[in-house]
Ligand binder design. Structure first.
Ligand SMILES: *Cc1c(COP(=O)(O)O)cnc(C)c1O
Length: 468
């Protein structure tokens, strides 16, 4: 059964793709859902696919996604040159393999890994795969320690806030780890140090700290969580490692918050992931995971592939995988350097904080966050606003082309529904002003409604956060 959205199911009724008569003089029939029996002219095939994709949204107006929607033409050209390269063929493409290693070293250094003969880490298809690998390393380390102590090792758990991205629920599900999702409470929308510690026990393989939360863009207090776990160890002997899910923040904090201590400077942080295709500024799909040192990654998880007659260690879920994204990541690192990334990320933060400030001044809106951690902010309606909902605001903006998602928070704040804006490279002050102008146009109309037209059921938005 294809995993398709119910909204698209009606297409099943139309068995053929409609063709503009201008494309071809011969009548051709193109079945929609089974492999066509014959061939099609490449120009016609191109035009058909191209036209079908026209109705996808305008990426620049998409304030819902964290993922890169624009790269420089030079990066695009490099990617085009590398589309045929398979990342796993280290033997055939040794230079691509070398660029991957350089990127890992750069990230290890950026995140203050202790000096070592070489960095321990790899590229992945995204943060989800990176989190799976980091989680597996935590689980395996815990199992070995339990075996060595002759203790049972069949009930592992992982402690995290309920605001974690869905990849952590997948990890727990696919690898039989109990997910200990700590609910939100009052105005606390992410993991707190005391709650993290309260949920840990001898079966805890690790604590996940998110930098930053997809719900509201806030950073979780990594250093405080580590300090609380230090106390736990002093009191009980339990030594629980921390993985930092820096899908977005690991490429923001080093450039915008150099004084924030969240990375390998904290001895308890054993691994960090990021999405190269989020604030790493590469087209989807590339992610990265780096371990503090070789000891943090159990050797028996690593496979050896043939590499110039020698052995190249690999740790991955996939085998074949495109090499172009890794090359594009290396291009960005060379092209922008520290200062370039800093300029891009600071500019995103500036746009985010200014836009948040202006939205906060509008009257009906209450800011949950201000865009001063991730360049992302969430806002809701003041309690006295009863004529319209955040879902109505999202729909009204949609009419102007803007994708600003609205969604409800998870346990115990399911009463709270918010709008969220993600500011990415390319979302300028000018575009922000246009968004504000459209919001200003829509508010009087929304205010004239007597009751909200849309509730939480109107939200088809999936921001990849775990649902209870
Ligand atoms: C986006 C995100 C993920 C998943 O990353 P992908 O690169 O989309 O697989 C995981 N964690 C957090 C915090 C995220 O923001």
């Amino acid at each position: 059964m294809p995993l398709s959205h119910p909204a698209y199911q009606h297409h099943r009724g139309h068995h053929e793709v409609a063709i503009n008569p201008v494309f071809t003089r011969e009548p051709v029939r193109v079945p929609r859902n089974h492999l066509p029996p014959g061939e099609l002219d490449p120009d016609i095939a191109y035009q058909l696919v191209h036209d079908e994709l026209m109705l996808d949204g305008n990426a620049r107006l998409n304030l819902a996604t964290f993922v890169t929607t624009w790269m420089e033409p030079q990066a695009t050209q490099l990617m085009t040159e590398c589309f045929d390269k398979n990342m796993i063929d280290k033997d055939e493409y040794p230079r691509t393999a070398e660029l991957e290693l350089r990127c890992v070293r750069m990230l290890a250094q950026l995140w203050h890994a202790p000096p070592a003969p070489d960095a321990t880490g790899c590229s992945t298809t995204g943060s989800s795969e990176a989190c799976m690998l980091a989680g597996l390393a935590l689980k395996r380390r815990w199992q070995y320690a339990r075996k060595a102590a002759s203790k049972p090792f069949d009930r592992p758990n992982l402690v995290m806030g309920i605001n974690v991205q869905v990849c952590w629920e997948k990890f727990a599900n696919y690898w039989d780890v109990e997910p200990r999702l700590i609910p939100m409470e009052g105005e606390r929308f992410h993991l707190s140090p005391d709650q993290a510690v309260a949920h840990c026990d001898e079966n805890t393989i690790g604590v996940v700290a998110v930098l930053g939360s997809t719900f509201d863009g806030s950073y979780e207090p990594v250093a405080e969580i580590c300090a609380a776990l230090d106390d736990l160890q002093a009191n009980t002997g339990l030594d629980i490692p921390v993985h930092v899910d820096g899908a977005s923040g690991a490429m923001i904090a080093p450039f915008c918050d150099p004084d924030l201590v969240w990375d390998f400077q904290l001895p308890r942080v054993s691994s960090i992931n990021t999405s190269g295709h989020k604030y790493g500024l590469v087209y989807p799909g590339v992610g990265w995971v780096v371990w503090r040192d070789a000891a943090a990654l159990p050797e028996d998880l690593v496979f050896r592939v043939n590499y110039l007659g020698g052995n190249m260690p690999t740790f991955a879920l996939n085998f074949s995988r495109p090499g172009a994204q890794v090359v594009a990541q290396y291009y960005n690192f060379l092209r922008l350097g520290f200062e370039g990334y800093q300029r891009v990320q600071q500019s995103c933060r500036q746009v985010a904080t200014q836009l948040a400030g202006k939205i906060g001044e509008f009257g009906p809106f209450r800011l949950l966050t201000r865009g001063d951690e991730l360049p992302v902010f969430a806002f809701t309606l003041h309690e006295h606003i009863s004529d319209y909902s955040v879902f109505d605001v999202s729909a009204a903006l949609r009419e102007h082309g803007w994708l600003v998602p609205a969604y409800a928070f998870p346990e115990h704040r399911t009463d709270l529904a918010v709008l969220r804006v993600v500011v990415r490279n390319g979302f300028t002050h000018d575009l922000a002003d246009l968004l504000l102008a459209d919001l200003r146009t829509e508010l009087p109309r929304l205010t004239r409604q007597s009751t909200p037209q849309r509730g939480v059921e109107a939200s088809s938005f999936s921001h990849g956060a775990a649902s209870p």
